[in-house]
Design a binder for this molecule. Structure first.
Ligand code: GDD
Ligand code: MN
Length: 366
């Protein structure tokens, strides 16, 4: 198919983007006379849809889909179905409405599809890509952590920015994925879709981009999106039986029980509470090591000897605890207004993937 024959439709989700949408539509329509744009709005209270409607009256290539607010992913499902169905687009482009994604990069993504890619990702995490310097520590941790986690549990290799919301996708490839029934409706949709495309054997390339912080409005990312993402990543790890992750998690669970029981036992024997806490930690680390050694990683035939494995496991455990503790101290320092449990929760989130990473790639490595 020649260049002119491929019809391209941008799918842009909006929720309260009245401060951005008109300027963005103006920029995109002057970019290329053949682009079509579908704005997927979830009844934004700030009147975003009305602004889109008035733009659409002047330009027939602008379309609007309005629906109830059910999350970023739910909006994308609705929009993608429409764009690849009724609008008969050959190429779909996902893009944020807040100018974090530079309209000037759109033709580059399309070009990559012309060159044979099924999916072209505007990527912040490849060489040459970048996050806005203004991005705070927490958002940086979240995006690096999220990508690390999902690559580990879904077994994604070769894609650096799995959570990017800036991508061109060949429609014929998209149709092979059961988009409507992807199990997530929040921000986790981005990784679920990418995973679905990779499962279908899509050829994915990444274009380095500069991700600018939004100027107007604020992020719509919520705690519920983070939780959904985390649960989805773990479920994926389980269902795929990726490596030894399920067994590793079960072991960790038993280790927690052992820790509390040992601690309580020592307290009953009137052992000093600090000593009891430290001893219980050591007992549970040993416990976890033995179970992982005899069960979780039994089939991997690790290259290191028993003592070396045990020492490495201890070192890894201490590193993980230190990392979590470090994050906790940082967060408490940076955001004194946060409730303490939130800081603690965010601090321990990386613990499971990090310790699994150490165990599978170092301690029990083949
Ligand atoms: N229709 C609809 N419904 N649109 C939504 C919803 C929703 O529930 N929630 C957010 N959006 C729109 C926003 O209006 C914006 O255009 C776009 O989705 C991205 O939302 P932001 O709130 O700006 O996201 P972000 O900047 O925090 O997150 C970006 O980075 C993430 C990874 O770090 C986005 O590119 C995400 O897609 C990406 O996963
Ligand atoms: Mn944004």
């Amino acid at each position: 198919m020649s260049r002119q024959d491929l019809s391209v439709c941008l799918v842009i989700p909006t929720y309260n983007e009245a401060g951005n949408i008109e300027a963005l539509l103006a920029r995109l329509t002057e970019l290329d006379q053949n682009l079509r744009i579908l704005v997927v709005d979830d009844e934004s209270p700030d009147g975003t849809a009305d602004l889109v409607r008035s733009c659409a009256r002047e330009n027939p290539r602008i379309h609007l889909s309005s629906g109830p607010k059910a999350g970023l992913g739910a909006g994308y499902k609705r929009g993608m179905l429409l764009a690849s169905g009724d609008l008969e687009a050959d190429v779909l482009i996902q893009m944020d409405a807040d100018f974090s994604h530079d309209p000037a990069d759109v033709p580059r993504l399309i070009e990559l599809i012309h060159e044979g890619a099924d999916v072209a990702i505007g990527s912040r995490h490849v060489k040459g890509g970048q996050l806005d310097e203004k991005w705070g520590l927490v958002r940086r941790l979240l995006t690096y952590g999220g990508n690390f986690l999902i690559r580990l549990t879904a077994g994604i290799q070769g894609v650096q920015d799995c959570t990017s919301g800036f991508r061109a996708i060949r429609s014929s490839m998209l149709k092979k994925v059961d988009v409507e029934n992807l199990p997530v409706d929040g921000y986790a949709f981005q990784v679920a879709l990418l995973d679905g495309l990779l499962q279908q054997g899509a050829k994915v390339v990444e274009l380095p981009i500069y991700f600018r912080d939004r100027v107007a409005g604020e992020t719509k990312l919520r705690l519920s999106d983070l939780i959904e993402f985390f649960v989805y990543a773990l479920v994926l790890g389980f269902s795929r039986g990726r490596g030894a992750l399920p067994k590793f998690l079960v072991t960790g669970g038993t280790g927690t029980v052992v820790n509390v029981l040992a601690f309580q036992g020592m307290i009953c024997l009137e052992v000093n509470k600090y000593l009891a806490s430290l001893a219980a930690l050591e007992i549970s680390i040993l416990w976890n090591f033995c179970i992982n050694d005899m069960w979780t990683f039994r089939h991997t035939q690790p290259s290191a000897g028993w003592l070396k494995r045990n020492l490495r496991f201890h070192l890894a455990s201490v590193t993980v605890v230190a990392t979590s503790f470090g994050i906790f101290v940082l967060l408490v320092h940076l955001f004194p207004q946060w409730p303490l449990w939130l800081a603690q929760l965010l601090a321990i989130l990386p613990a499971v993937p990090l310790s699994y990473y150490f165990s599978s790639r170092w301690v029990f490595r083949r």
